[in-house]
Design a protein around this ligand. Structure first.
Ligand SMILES: Nc1ncnc2c1ncn2[C@@H]1O[C@H](COP(=O)(O)OP(=O)(O)OP(=O)(O)O)[C@@H](O)[C@H]1O
Ligand SMILES: [Mg+2]
Length: 393
C-alpha cells in the first residue's frame, strides 16, 4: 500500500486523540500525494485542511464545562462532554441526531421575563439551589420542563440561559430530525439519543416537541407510530432521575395530557406586554441612547410584537441611525423602519405614524402611559403645542 507509513502515523495520532499531530500527518500525506502525481487527491486533502482550519484544536476544549469558575446552581450527574465525544447518527442518512452547544455559547444574560414567568423561573432556580432541603422531605428538584409560547418569544433563549445556570452544555435535538423514513430506525434513533444524553452532564433540549403530536395524527402505520411515541415517553420517564430535560413547542394545543403530565415545570413565554416590551427594547437599544418619551413611543409602536420582532425593529432603527445620524427626527426614522418591517407593526399604528403630527400626538395622549410631557419628548415638540392640541381633540 502506498504511503502506509503515513496512514499508520495518522491512525496513531487519531487514536491517541492528538489533533495537532493528526493535522501535521494529513499535510504530509497531501504533499506525498502531490509528489506522486495524484494531483486530484492532493487537492482534496488540501481543501480539507483549509476547511477545518485549526478548529480541531479549539473544539477539543469547546464542549467542556465553563472556565468561569462560577459554581453551578445544581450539580447534574454524568460524564463531561468533549468535542471528541461521538454524537449518535441516523444510520440511514448519516446525519447527527443532536448538536452539542458548549457552555461558552449559551446566553449569559437573563432574558426579559414578564412578572408571572419571572416568579416561575425563580421558583425553579430556588429548587436547584436548595436540593438538600428538598431531599430532607424525600423530594428532588424538578428535572423536566416544557417551555411553550408563540414564535420569537424567547423560548430557546430561556432554555439556553437555564442550562447556563447549571453550567452544562446543551444537547439540542430537533424532534423532526429523529424521525427517519424507516420507522424501525426512528425507534433506534430515540434509544441511541437518550442513551447518549443520559451518559453525559448536559441539558437535553428537545425542540419542536409538537412533532410528537403530528406523529400521533399520522393515519399510516398507526400501531408502529403509537409504539414510537410510547418509546419517547418512556425514555423521558426513565431519564428523569438522570438529567435535566427541556422540551419546547410553539403549538402547545397539539400536545395531549399524557405529554403535559411528563413535565413537572411548564413555562409559558407570552407576547410581551407594555412593561416587558420597554424592558426588551432597552436591552437591545445600547449604544443608541434615546429619551424615555421616545422609548415609550417605540413600545407603543411595537404593540403585539414578540421579543424577536422587537429586536429586529430596534436593529432597523440602529442601522437607520448609523447610516443617517442627523437627517431624520426620531418619529420619521421610526415611521420608515415601521414600513420596512411592515409585517411586524400593526396597520393602525403604521398609518398613525405616517399621518400628521397632530393626529399622532392626539392618539398618544389617549394612551394610559403618555402624559403631555412624554408626548412632547417623544415627538420633539414643545409642551405648549401639545397642550394646545390636547384641547382641540
Ligand atoms: N423575552 C425576551 N427577552 C430578551 N430577548 C428576547 C426575548 N424574547 C425574544 N428575544 C430575542 O428574540 C430572539 C429570538 O428568541 P428565541 O429564539 O429564544 O425565540 P423562540 O421563542 O425560541 O422562537 P421560535 O419559536 O421561532 O423558535 C433572540 O435574539 C432573543 O434574544
Ligand atoms: Mg426557538
Amino acid at each position: 500500500m502506498d504511503h502506509f507509513t503515513l496512514v499508520y502515523d495518522l491512525c496513531r495520532a487519531a487514536l491517541s486523540g492528538d489533533p495537532k499531530e493528526a493535522r501535521s500527518v494529513v499535510k504530509r500525506l497531501g504533499s506525498a500525494l502531490a509528489k506522486g502525481g495524484n494531483a486530484d487527491d492532493a487537492a482534496l486533502i488540501s481543501r480539507l485542511v483549509k476547511a477545518t482550519g485549526t478548529s480541531g484544536e479549539r473544539r477539543a476544549v469547546a464542549f467542556t464545562e465553563s472556565k468561569t469558575g462560577k459554581a453551578p446552581l445544581f450539580d447534574l450527574p454524568g460524564e463531561v462532554l468533549h468535542a471528541a465525544t461521538h454524537i449518535p447518527v441516523d444510520r440511514e442518512s448519516g446525519a447527527s441526531l443532536a448538536e452539542v452547544i458548549p457552555v461558552e455559547r449559551l446566553a449569559a444574560d437573563r432574558p426579559v421575563l414578564g412578572a408571572a414567568l419571572e416568579g416561575a423561573v425563580n421558583d425553579l432556580l430556588l429548587e436547584w439551589q436548595n436540593a438538600s432541603s428538598l431531599a430532607s422531605l424525600g423530594l428532588t428538584p424538578a428535572r423536566t420542563c416544557l417551555i411553550y409560547g408563540p414564535p420569537g418569544t424567547g423560548k430557546t433563549r430561556l432554555a439556553h440561559w437555564l442550562a447556563g445556570q447549571l453550567q452544562v452544555p446543551v444537547i439540542l435535538v430537533r424532534l423532526d430530525g429523529l424521525m427517519s423514513s424507516y420507522l424501525g430506525t426512528t425507534s433506534r434513533n430515540i434509544g441511541n439519543l437518550f442513551k447518549f444524553a443520559n451518559t453525559y452532564k448536559a441539558v437535553l433540549l428537545l425542540d419542536e416537541f409538537d412533532a410528537i403530536a403530528k406523529l400521533r395524527d399520522d393515519p399510516n402505520e398507526i400501531g408502529e407510530i403509537k409504539r414510537i411515541v410510547n418509546t419517547l415517553l418512556q425514555e423521558l420517564d426513565a431519564r428523569r432521575p438522570l438529567g435535566f430535560t427541556i422540551a419546547i413547542t410553539n403549538h402547545s394545543n397539539l400536545l395531549d395530557p399524557a405529554v403535559w403530565r411528563r413535565f413537572e415545570v411548564q413555562l409559558e413565554t407570552p407576547i410581551p406586554d407594555w412593561g416587558q416590551r420597554l424592558e426588551i427594547l432597552k436591552a437591545f437599544l445600547p449604544p443608541l441612547d434615546i429619551s424615555d418619551g421616545k422609548q415609550q413611543l417605540l413600545s407603543w409602536a411595537l404593540d403585539g410584537c414578540s421579543g424577536a420582532e422587537i429586536e429586529d425593529v430596534v436593529i432597523g432603527l440602529k442601522k437607520s441611525h448609523a447610516l443617517d445620524p442627523d437627517g431624520l427626527t426620531f418619529v420619521e426614522r421610526l415611521t420608515r423602519v415601521s414600513f420596512s418591517h411592515g409585517g411586524r407593526i400593526k396597520e393602525r399604528i403604521k398609518s398613525l405614524l405616517a399621518s400628521d403630527t397632530t393626529r399622532l400626538a392626539q392618539a398618544l395622549l389617549e394612551q394610559p402611559h403618555f402624559s403631555q410631557a412624554r408626548v412632547a419628548e417623544a415627538l420633539d415638540l414643545n409642551r405648549s403645542t401639545v397642550s394646545r392640541w390636547a384641547k382641540i381633540k
